[in-house]
Design a protein around this ligand. Structure first.
Ligand code: ADP
Ligand code: MG
Length: 249
């Protein structure tokens, strides 16, 4: 579904990602794990057009999407969450969803200003998707609530939901359970599996090993911007390079 080929990103002398290649297969949950600073979030930024690679390419179904803008990549069916949640406290849940949708799909300044027919039909579609998604999130009764009244877990769930409003074929999650306790993490993990079972391919960045082992079909392990291992959870668990990266620091 998506392929990364020889991707490299330098930041002023620091090599954050180095000649990285991997594939995301349709229907799977692929996890990207690795110590802090390994380059995981940078990989997402490169895949979604937030950053341009120093070299290398990104393909969606064989189509080269390197250099496209984030909203163009959203239109190709890829949606993401960010490591830190970016919800607007002053807005209600439903408005957070609609604003994120419009921003991500670039519904367009003029269309929004003049409420053109294109705007109207897209706005209606977005509102329908948002309500449907809230139902799926188990947050239907929170549509009109303000963000600070939601629990941390509900906010994390909503951040995933906001990406789902775009109806992506591929969902990229950057540490979606950061800051949550074990029990909350398990519920989010179940929810992510439900998203996949509904037909959305998932790629998840995580450092909670236990959660990933019970959830991912395959795992890519990064260390210092390079892939040090790739395989099923069972293969990764016993991989010597992985054990050293995690335990040897
Ligand atoms: P991870 O998500 O695995 O913790 P990151 O991808 O955030 O790692 O960062 C990888 C490395 O690149 C880190 O050393 C980080 O400091 C550096 N880095 C990330 N983004 C930038 C940036 N925009 N400018 C400079 N350095 C960056
Ligand atoms: Mg990160």
């Amino acid at each position: 579904m998506l392929s990364v080929k020889y991707l490299t990103k330098n930041f002023d002398g620091l090599v954050a990602v180095k000649e990285l290649s991997f594939d995301i297969r349709e229907g799977e949950i692929l996890a990207i794990i690795g110590p802090n600073g390994a380059g995981k979030s940078t990989v997402f930024n490169l895949m979604t057009g937030t950053l341009a690679p120093t070299s290398g390419k990104v393909f969606i179904h064989e189509e080269n999407i390197t250099g496209l803008k984030p909203y163009q990549i959203v239109k190709k069916g890829v949606a993401r969450t960010f490591q830190t949640t970016s919800l607007f406290d002053q807005l209600r849940v439903i408005d957070n969803m609609l604003i994120a949708y419009k921003w991500r799909t670039r519904l367009g300044f003029w269309n929004t200003l003049f409420h053109t027919p294109a705007w109207k039909s897209q706005h209606d579609q977005a509102a329908r998707n948002a309500l449907e998604t809230l139902d799926f999130l188990g947050l239907a009764d929170k549509a009109l609530a303000f963000i600070p009244t939601l629990s941390q877990e509900e906010q994390k769930r909503l951040a995933i939901g906001i990406a789902l409003v775009c109806k992506p074929k591929l969902l990229l999650l950057d540490e979606p359970t950061g800051g949550l306790i074990q029990e909350e993490t398990e519920r989010i993990a179940l929810f992510i599996k439900k998203v996949r079972d509904q037909g959305t391919t998932v790629c998840i960045i995580e450092h909670k090993m236990q959660m990933i082992m019970g959830m991912a079909d395959r795992i890519v392990v990064l260390n210092y911007g390079q892939k040090i291992a790739e395989g099923t959870p069972d293969e990764i668990k016993t991989n010597q390079a992985v054990i050293e990266a995690y335990l040897g620091g």
